[in-house]
Design a protein around this ligand. Structure first.
Ligand code: ADP
Length: 605
């Protein structure tokens, strides 16, 4: 049995897709199923009416003329995602359709009408448009972003979008990047990053990296840079990865700046270490103190000592001074004081504390950061200098008073008895005081020359014994001590005669001065290998062993406890410098109450 027309009609009616048929050149609507009427927003009354009359909404849209064209040519027309605009319930509405217009022929093959099959693709189209729009927004965001962003197609690794910041970062022009393969555009990064990108595409897991060191060829010039970056997979609306978004920030300056700070810190730390400065951080709220290792060493205590221990170590006489300094610091913002501390072993040390107060809100002092220095040596030196100044003034005053007295006496004598035989006696007394003063001043000048490194040597050849005999004449003349010259009396020296003379005189004068009760002084000349050795031995009070290491220091004078010896404490210091300049050595052997032997060696040539 042939299927009837009714049979076909019922199939068309049942179709959930819009199907309709127009007949003849006027396109009379012969069939329009429910899906069609629903799409058009019409009812069955339009059936039998010409297409243009039934659907005035579609005027100006291509459908009517497309149907006429198919009716005329018989060629099927395919429409894809075509928008169709209707007024439905008074509202303008656009739907999208995928459709075909196909000619309908009679049994003789003549075209009698056009049938349309269509699918509503509005939802898909809307989704596509939304995707398109969000992509567009994304691209706009990318373009304006202050960080470098580049979007790479994950199928072919072609750069789809790249912003100016990224171009600047990699030192490329837009034309060198856009629509080109990423590894072709920046080949120097391929080796390192191609596997990373492949991995992101494969796993869908983003990757971030911080301060990645990278050699970039920027505008033709290779540069070492540091970059923070992210490879972020971008998914399409089908959920598949469609692109990789690379976000990159050049952090080279930040890295360098941080390194500079680190280096500066390291330098400061080294300086603090080299200068043996202790540091502390005192929390004024909790009263806790953090101290460096050096701080504890200066206090003579172990690590992690509690604050109490530091406070207890303060010399009782300096506690108030320290408390006042801390009180003042809270208002001035600066802490400074010098105080004595007592080490666990009982010895007294000097410290200098300096600090800066840090304030919180409402000017509340929160903490003090500061440094600590051991200034014991410095204080000793200062003390020695102070002592020295008083000693020096005293030493100069004695001959000066004597000169003044001689002058006054002379003045009176000349007026009373100009031919008095006492006149030469006073003149000679004055002269000898002047000589003493000159010697003192010479010593002082020698010291400043030594400190300035200006003590120059004028070497000549001379006989040691001859030099010793001449320079010790004054001792023989004084008659208090007997000089014995022993040993290698023919030895010839090559040295600065005047300076060596000075050293021997200093030894001999000390022997006289510090051995007043014995009358023997032995001077011995000997030869050891290529060195000459001259020693001066006395049989006086000797020197306690603990004082010996300091003898050759500037301004050093053994505490004579009660017994007054004149002297500046400079003679041995100057002597030691002279011997050192000659390339020799100086030393002493001494025993208390037995006597001392001061000696020096100098090279023979
Ligand atoms: P001064 O004699 O001017 O004080 P010196 O530098 O010559 O300075 O000597 C330093 C110290 O060494 C002296 O103060 C003294 O205490 C000690 N000294 C030097 N020579 C002797 C000696 N022969 N016997 C004992 N003590 C000495």
């Amino acid at each position: 049995m042939e299927p009837t027309e009714n049979f076909f009609r019922s199939i068309i009616e049942a179709s959930p897709f819009p199907v309709y048929m127009c007949m003849g050149p006027d396109k009379l609507i012969a069939i329009a199923n429910d899906a069609t009427l629903k799409a058009w927003g019409k009812d069955k009354s339009i059936i039998g009416k010409p297409f243009d009359e039934a659907l005035p909404d579609l005027q100006g849209q291509p459908f009517s003329s497309l149907i006429s064209e198919v009716y005329r040519t018989g060629e099927t027309y395919h429409g894809n995602n075509a928008p169709a605009e209707f007024i439905i319930n008074g509202k303008r509405q656009i739907n999208y359709y995928k459709f075909t217009y196909q000619a309908v022929r009679n049994s003789r093959g003549k075209i009698v009408g056009v049938i349309c099959f269509s699918t509503d693709v509005t939802e898909i189209e809307h989704a596509r448009q939304a995707m398109e729009e969000s992509r567009h927004t994304l691209y706009n965001m990318v373009r304006q972003a202050p960080v470098g962003i580049c979007i790479i197609n994950s199928d072919n690794l072609v750069i789809e979008v790249v912003n100016d910041s990224y171009l600047e970062l990699v030192g490329r022009k837009r034309a060198e990047m856009e629509n080109r393969g990423v590894w072709e555009a920046i080949p120097e990064t391929a080796e390192l990053y191609a596997p990373v990108m492949d991995n992101v595409i494969e796993t869908g897991q983003p990757i971030t990296a911080k301060e990645h060191k990278l050699l970039l060829v920027r505008n033709g010039i290779p540069e070492m840079v540091f970059i923070d970056f992210v490879y972020e997979p971008v998914k399409g609306f089908d959920g598949e990865i469609s692109a990789i978004m690379v976000i990159a920030i050049d952090v080279t300056e930040k890295v360098f700046a941080r390194r500079k700070i680190e280096e500066a810190e390291e330098r400061a730390r080294l300086a603090v270490e080299a200068a043996e400065i202790g540091t502390f951080d005192l929390d004024l709220v909790t009263d806790e103190i953090l101290t460096s290792e050096r701080f504890n060493i200066i206090f003579g205590v172990g690590r992690d000592a509690p604050r109490d221990l530091f406070l207890k170590a303060l010399h009782p006489d300096d506690v108030e001074l320290r408390n006042n300094a801390h009180k003042t610091a809270l208002t001035t913002g600066k802490l400074f004081y010098e105080a004595r501390i007592i080490w666990p072993n009982g010895s007294i040390r000097w410290i200098r504390t300096q600090g800066k107060v840090y304030y919180g809100s409402v000017n509340k002092p929160l903490r003090i950061l500061g440094t600590l220095l051991d200034i014991t040596e410095f204080k000793h030196l200062q003390q020695q200098k102070d002592d020295f100044i008083s000693v020096a003034s005293h030493e100069l005053k004695t001959p000066m008073t004597s000169i003044k007295a001689s002058m006054q006496l002379l003045d009176r004598l000349i007026k009373v008895d100009p031919s008095s035989d006492k006149i030469p006696q006073f003149i000679s007394r004055g002269n000898s005081s002047l000589n003493k003063m000159q010697q003192l001043v010479d010593s002082l000048l020698n010291v400043s020359k030594i400190t300035a490194g200006q003590l120059a040597l004028h070497k000549t050849r001379f006989l040691a014994a001859q030099m010793i005999n001449e320079c010790c004449d004054h001792v023989r003349l004084a008659g208090t001590h007997e000089l014995e010259l022993t040993g290698y009396t023919d030895l010839e020296l090559y040295a600065d005669r005047q300076r060596i003379d000075q050293v021997v005189v200093n030894f001999v004068n000390n022997a006289v001065k510090y051995a007043p009760d014995s009358n023997r002084i032995v001077i011995n000349i000997s030869k050891q290998d290529n060195m000459a050795k001259i020693s001066v031995q006395d049989f006086g009070r000797g020197i306690p062993p603990e004082n010996i290491p300091h003898l050759f220091e500037r301004y050093y004078r053994v505490d004579t406890s009660g017994i007054q010896y004149s002297g500046l404490g400079l003679g041995l210091y100057i002597s030691a410098e002279i011997i050192e300049l000659h390339g020799g050595e100086m030393g002493v052997e001494s025993e208390v109450d037995k006597g001392s032997t001061f000696w020096f060696t100098i090279p023979l040539n």
